[in-house]
Design a protein around this ligand. Structure first.
Ligand code: TA6
Length: 306
């Protein structure tokens, strides 16, 4: 279906976008919605029941492969950042995923949820740059209400008897009213690796995080719940994670923003990445083994603590 035609209110719909890319639209009964591009299995939109966008997408984004999409929820796999031999954040975010028509069962879903299952398998070309056969299944679930859950299952499908190792992140870009009005709770007193200071290790102070300059930190072994409070909107995002011990916090601030072609000069004021991740201790899978990593996002219209 063309994006210009009137969509029927089906709970799951596949839409062709301007560049010929396909996206899946999930709609929940109260009017919340999520959009996922097959390109990168990339969530590009998450709207509440009033149709308000909760994720940041750059106004400079052109949705044209092979460039990864700037904003939403990029999947960083099988490598987070440049901590390995692959391109920055691995290749999953710029591959075409397909629908997974026969996913192995997950715990039963309760009423009022809609979901889609996507899959990425290593291709011959991928095996040349990362010589490990894998199957990566991603279930994206919306509801109840505006809760958005991403469940990743990665399996080693190799027949060479060898294990493989990877790092991972859900690189979530939250939309915020004004970065100077944002506070993050749940990461106080933790150790972090500072990517602005050659990955040196530091310990965070006792206060919740606020933002006045570039930040690019990998917090280690964090609690499973983190809160992002937007004081201007009086709104809190709650991130719950499972199988993902670390959490990355990123805002490029003004200089780096200007240096990024697909990011507006002032857009750093309206986004914050808080990323459920597995970075410090890479995940190792023997042949036949499977890893699961889950991120659940909720939004509450008041200021909550973590
Ligand atoms: O998660 C933070 C980070 O690794 C930063 O170092 C920054 O480079 C960012 O991701 C964006 O990466 P990208 O490849 O999407 O430009």
């Amino acid at each position: 279906m063309n994006e210009m035609s009137t969509p029927e209110r089906r709970p799951v719909e596949v839409v062709k976008t301007v560049n010929g890319l396909e996206k899946v639209v999930l709609r929940e009964i109260h009017g919340c919605s999520v959009e996922v591009y097959l390109y990168g299995a990339h969530v590009t939109s998450w709207k509440n029941e009033h149709g308000e966008e909760l994720l940041f997408i750059s106004s400079k984004e052109i949705f044209k492969p092979p460039k990864p999409i700037r904003g939403g929820i990029p999947i960083c796999f099988p490598q987070f950042s440049s901590l390995g031999p692959l391109e920055l954040h691995g290749f999953a975010r710029n591959r075409l995923w397909t629908f997974d028509d026969d996913p192995p069962p997950l715990p039963p879903d309760i009423a009022n949820k809609v979901f889609t299952d996507l899959i990425l398998r290593s291709t011959k070309d991928d095996l040349k740059i990362w010589p490990h056969s894998f199957e990566y299944r991603l279930r994206i679930t919306l509801g109840p209400g505006e809760d958005l859950m991403l469940t990743s299952r990665v399996r080693n499908t190799g027949t060479d008897g060898k294990p493989f190792t990877f790092t991972f992140a859900y690189h979530t870009y939250f939309s915020v009213s004004d970065i100077s009005e944002v506070r993050v709770e749940g990461l106080e007193t933790l150790d972090y690796l500072d990517n602005c200071q050659k990955m040196e290790r530091f310990t965070e102070q006792g206060d919740s995080l606020t933002f006045e300059s570039e930040v690019d930190k990998i917090y280690l072994s964090t609690p499973t719940k983190i809160a992002v409070m937007d004081h201007e909107k009086k709104q809190t995002f709650v991130i719950r994670k499972d199988g993902l011990p670390d959490a990355v916090v990123w805002n490029p601030w003004d200089k780096k923003a200007k240096a990024m072609a697909d990011f507006g000069d002032d857009e750093y004021k309206h986004m914050l990445c808080v990323e459920a991740a597995a970075v410090e201790k890479p995940i190792t899978l023997k042949p036949g083994e499977e890893w699961r990593g889950r991120q659940q996002l909720s939004v509450v219209n008041k200021l909550l603590d973590a």
